[in-house]
Ligand binder design. Structure first.
Ligand code: IFM
Length: 445
């Protein structure tokens, strides 16, 4: 059987290094009748938005199968489980608590605790209540304060059940994909919207961090950002400038305000109508001290200079790609981690997502996904390389525990280390899941 392995003497071979699996509420829960509608319900109901015309009404039916799923998580031997909360399940339209929603998560958190699995809870993984979107969503500054209120009510209800809170997952995706190019919910396609939505998301993060510091000071509190490192197509100055611009626009735009309290300088180059609406004091709110930074990495992007748009993304021919079309380029992962460490004063780092969609086949109850094992091997090695260069990385979460609703791709793209048969809701641990379990169990010190 193909194994996952790590370099000799790597701290990742120690039991102090946290291994986990990750999911998100809308992608796995279903149970849509027991919560308010969110922007993804509306987006899924809009013809042509989801590749297989599916939705999140049932998903992996984790809403009903959570007990079996926690057994599954436990059988993998992980130290931690990263889940997200559905805001529209927890808070009613009038702003009061929906006790059914709180009870559902409390039961999950209690079961995780009884199994010795640390809960890493993300407070927002894209499922904005639809009634808030009807009021402007992330284009409306008020939404940031609504988020803060939801966070306060939730952490007070959960008490000491949670190990770590992340405010947001990948604000880039919410802002750029959802408000600027419209391929994610709520589906706005307006170049003037992206940075405005991003600013209100980051403001929501800062406000929520203050609330966490006050009402949940014992949990490890932070944010999860995704990075798609930008590489120039050639060594020409023009392509290098194009890649740097794209890096600022897509990556640094989110980390720099959070850690340094400022947007990248390219903000000055944007037309006024594309710039965020920054109120006095906002940048201080955004730059709250963090206990940790979560980093999600899947692939890189390559750019060339473009006279109209400053940069153009290039699809390299003949490179290895996953089933979702993303280039497999693990070197960008170690280079990213090292460059962030050089550029910023980083808090503890967790790799909160990494993984691959592969064209899996379940044959006689087995999924022999050696391509995914290969991806994990290369990327775990990249993390080990960054650690050996001094980057302070404390843990790694595989995306994902199980196949699930992959947003605009629907259910056709499978990221799980556990296979889900959506007809029967039967779960089968893939070869990658078994290899991950064995890697975790092989730690000795
Ligand atoms: O499935 C998503 C997840 O919700 C956020 N990060 C990227 C994953 C793969 O696209």
């Amino acid at each position: 059987m193909m194994k996952l392995s790590l370099p000799e003497n790597s701290p990742m071979r120690s039991k102090d290094f946290i291994y986990g699996v990750a999911t998100a509420s809308f992608q796995i829960e279903g149970g849509a009748a027991d919560r308010l509608p969110c922007i993804w319900d509306t987006f899924c109901a809009t013809p042509g938005k989801i590749a297989d015309n599916s939705n999140g009404d049932v998903a992996c039916d984790h809403y009903n199968l959570w007990q079996e799923d926690i057994e599954l998580i436990s059988s993998l031997g992980v130290d931690a489980y990263r889940l997200s909360l559905s805001w529209p399940r927890i808070i009613k339209q009038d702003g009061s608590i929906n006790q059914t929603g709180i009870d559902y998560y409390v039961a999950i958190l209690d079961r995780l605790k009884s199994k010795g699995i640390a809960a890493y809870v993300t407070l927002y993984h894209w499922d904005l209540p639809q009634h808030l979107e009807d009021n402007g969503g992330w284009l409306n500054r008020e939404t940031a304060y609504k988020f803060q209120d939801y966070v306060k009510k939730t952490v007070l209800a959960f008490g000491d059940r949670v190990h770590s809170y992340a405010t947001l997952n990948e604000p880039f995706c919410s802002a750029y994909l959802g408000y600027e190019i419209g391929v994610h919910a709520p589906g706005h396609s307006n170049v003037n919207y992206g940075k405005k939505a991003a600013h209100h998301l980051l403001l929501a993060h800062g406000l929520a961090m203050r609330t966490l510091q006050e009402f949940s000071p014992k949990t490890q509190n932070g944010i999860v950002l995704n990075f798609t490192p930008a590489y120039p197509e050639t060594n020409t100055i023009k392509d290098k400038i194009a890649a740097e611009y794209a890096d600022d626009y897509f990556n640094q735009w989110y980390i720099k305000p959070v850690l340094d309290g400022a947007y990248p300088d390219i903000n000055q180059q944007l037309p006024k109508e594309q710039q965020p609406d920054i109120q006095p004091g906002d940048m201080d709110i955004i730059a709250q001290p963090l206990d940790f930074l979560g980093i999600n990495f899947y692939t890189r992007a390559v750019y060339r200079y473009d006279i109209h748009n400053k940069y153009e993304e290039v699809q390299l021919p003949d490179v290895a790609r996953t089933d979702i079309g993303w280039e497999i380029y693990p070197k960008a992962f170690s280079e990213l981690l090292i460059s962030l460490d050089t550029r910023y004063t980083l808090p503890d780092i967790f790799i909160t997502e990494n993984g691959a969609a592969m064209n899996d086949k379940c044959i006689n109850g087995e999924v022999n996904d050696i391509d995914r094992i290969d991806y994990y091997n290369q990327h775990l090695t990249a993390v080990a390389e960054a650690i050996s260069q001094g980057v302070n990385i404390k843990g790694y979460f595989a995306w994902s525990l199980m196949d699930n609703f992959e947003w605009a791709e629907g259910y056709n793209k499978r990221f799980g280390i556990v296979h889900v048969d959506y007809e029967t809701q039967c779960r089968t641990i893939k070869a990658s899941g078994l290899a991950y379990r064995n890697l975790i169990a092989s730690r000795t010190t």
